[in-house]
Design a protein. Sequence first.
Length: 282
Amino acid sequence: MAVTAGRSGKSTFHRSFTLSITKALGDQLAADLATLSRAPLSDESIGQLLERPGVYQLYLHDDFVYVGKADKSLPRRLRQHLKKISGRRGIAPSDMTFSCLYVAEDFSALAPEQLLINHHKDLGEIPWNNNGFGNRDPGRQRDHTALKPNHFDALYPIDLARPVEGLTAGETNVLDLLEALKVSLPYNIRYAKSGDLESANLVITDAELSVDDLLKRISEATSSGWQITALGGYIVMYEEGPAEYASASRYYRDGQTIDSVPLSAPEGEAAVDSGSPAQGAS
């Protein structure tokens, strides 16, 4: 008679089985994306996409750097990335390519982006995920945070030398100008709607100004106490001057500019990648 193993031995006819559906889905998504060619991250390429939800991958030159998702529209999300990269130093949209898959809306409940992140993180890829690239406005509670050296905003800080689009010569209200900048800039500018902003006016004699030049003039037009601060990924303006920020590269106070060297977060500190908008700010 054949003898089978008991409880303490290794059975030959029964054992536990763990089914990892999520891993299988992630592997399948990654395999399907790997069959696609890459397109330049440009208006022309994005314009060929359908207005559908999906997942996408971004490449910096030949390096695979980011996995993302669009719950409603792949073109809209990719244009957001195109705009963001266009306002950074050390990188340009022409350095970037992408590929994408359309997915059914009900599939989004399975978090396809996270499935791909889990798949590629195990391979040591996608350095931009959870490292500052995908976030929008991290909120005022994070403004004073020092960034890790490999954070996206530390590697590719905002470009203050870029020209201001849509600027016209003449007298304008400072608050109206800030609201126009919020729309036109490829990075965020947050400011408090308080103090004398509504009554402060600025005469623009040259419509071809850089962001840096315009911020200097805005700080000159506002009363003492207002400070504009250029952080790694965005600009803030509050009636708080002088105040110090760990990741600041430049301050604007009373029409003067003060350069600063951003501090780096200690090794092991978590990178800032999310947050809610500040209350009382725009």
